[in-house]
Design a protein around this ligand. Structure first.
Ligand code: ATP
Ligand code: MG
Length: 429
């Protein structure tokens, strides 16, 4: 017992039953951005540390500036620390975002000591640090953004926040591969990790919680980048469904964005290739997932696309990160390879022997929905929350929806169901 040899002898603590621990209910700070509040689990928790990661230009500064603007308009004390842009640059953005954003007090500073002193002097309720990678801890060697620096910056701000200080939103950059570069080391240090995803050239963006000590990580919000800033998209399914082309290569995926169902269009294009190996381009779906779907298709009754370029993308720039997307990807690829739209009324539009260069269908066929995971042996596996996905599909009149079930046990069965009309006409011929 006691300390080790030469160790200091500390006084023992008396543990307290959890039931006797004082835990006052704290009111959450609403950012006034519904989707952001929902992803946070109901708003910002005072004194918490939130890491907001996202690729360059995705809209991190925009969403944090709007959130602070709303909080300021609601009478909260806020502070925006900009290390990346000058105050004048931030002002230009705020002008675009409207009068609320212009009320936000700002300091443009990169020295951690100065920032910490300013936060302690100003005592804001919510503070944004844009970004954690540009702040510089003077006592440390290493360039700003290096692991040691980033960890010191976050640790220091965490101490400021925990001592009855502000809720701090740390903005962090992520690499193209999606890892929170530098900030990755912060994930255990902060209370909440939010990831802002999408493609900067496209209008739609999704916000997800990867970690949340005060709420579920299964929430996600959909935003659209507009002139006046990021606008919440409450009716995302309806929009994506309305935009679905229904042409060969198009399938509507009944996906789950966290606990929320979302209908998105998966598009595929298959073209003869001169390249070895041929191109595999995936936008919005995981490349490895695409490789798996291609392999399963080739082995279990689908087209062999070994000498074709393959492009798969999720329309609108949405990212789908769930195995439940497999079946929709497989059907979109098959439909593209056959040059046939999915659905019962479908007629072949491709010429014989040139299946990959289908002309667009003239008759506008119905959109077909799908979801389900593909196993390596070609079996169809259940995806989470089938009932919620189906409810969303029926809410927007999407029918039929191909999904794993007693009649659709494997990929072959799904392909038969999806291209039933064609199979019938082939038998008749
Ligand atoms: N007038 C405008 N209308 C619509 N969208 C705009 C306009 N001006 C800028 N944008 C969009 O805002 C995006 C930049 O947003 P923002 O500066 O918030 O991103 P960020 O994630 O903070 O970027 P960074 O990593 O450079 O800090 C641009 O990529 C562009 O799409
Ligand atoms: Mg920025």
């Amino acid at each position: 017992m006691g300390g080790g040899p030469g160790g200091r002898r500390a006084n023992a603590l008396r543990p307290v039953a959890l039931a006797d621990v004082q835990a006052p209910e704290v009111a959450r700070l609403k950012t006034g951005i519904g989707e952001l509040d929902r992803v946070l689990g109901g708003g910002l928790v005072p004194g918490s540390l939130v890491l907001l990661g996202g690729a360059p230009g995705i809209g991190k500064s925009t969403i944090t500036a709007s959130a602070l603007g709303n909080l300021a308009a609601a009478g909260r004390r806020v502070l925006y620390v900009s290390g990346e842009e000058s105050a004048a640059q931030v002002r230009l953005r705020a002008e675009r975002l409207g009068p609320h954003a212009l009320q936000v007090p700002i300091v443009a500073e990169t020295d951690l000591d100065v920032v910490a002193a300013t936060v302690e002097a100003e005592r804001p309720e919510v503070c944004v640090i844009d970004s954690v990678q540009v702040l510089n801890a003077a006592g440390l060697t290493g360039a700003p953004g290096s692991v040691g620096q980033v960890r010191e910056v976050a640790g220091r701000l965490a101490r400021v926040a925990k001592g009855g200080g502000p809720a701090v939103i740390l903005v962090g950059h992520v690499t193209k591969e999606g890892a929170l570069a530098g900030p990755r080391v912060l994930e255990h240090l902060v209370d909440c990790v939010l990831s802002f995803e999408g493609e900067r050239e496209r209008t739609y963006r999704t916000l997800r919680a990867l970690k949340n000590r005060f709420g579920s990580t299964s929430e996600a919000g959909v935003f659209e980048m507009r002139e006046e800033g990021l606008v919440e998209v409450a009716d995302a399914s309806e929009r994506f469904l309305a935009e679905a082309t229904r042409a060969p290569g198009s399938v509507v995926l009944c996906s789950m964005e966290g606990s929320r169902p979302l209908l998105v269009e998966v598009q595929a294009l298959v073209a003869p290739s001169e390249l070895v190996p041929p191109r595999r381009v995936a936008n919005g779906v995981d490349r490895n997932r695409l490789a798996l779907v291609l392999a399963v298709l080739a082995r279990h009754g689908g087209p062999s696309l070994g000498s074709s370029d393959v492009f798969v993308s999720v329309a609108g720039g949405v990212r789908v990160d769930e195995p439940g997307a497999d079946l929709a990807i497989a059907l979109a690829l098959t439909s593209a390879a056959k040059g046939l739209p999915l659905g019962s009324g479908a007629r072949p539009v491709a010429e014989e022997r040139r299946p990959s260069v289908g002309r667009p269908s003239t008759a506008r066929s119905k959109a077909v929905g799908a979801f389900g995971e593909l196993g390596l042996t070609g079996e169809l596996r259940h995806a989470a929350h089938p009932d919620r996905r189906l409810a969303e599909a029926s809410k927007f009149g999407l029918e039929p929806v191909l999904r794993p079930g007693p009649r659709l046990v494997d990929l072959r069965a799904a392909l038969r169901a999806a291209f039933a009309a064609q199979a019938r006409s082939e038998r008749a011929a």
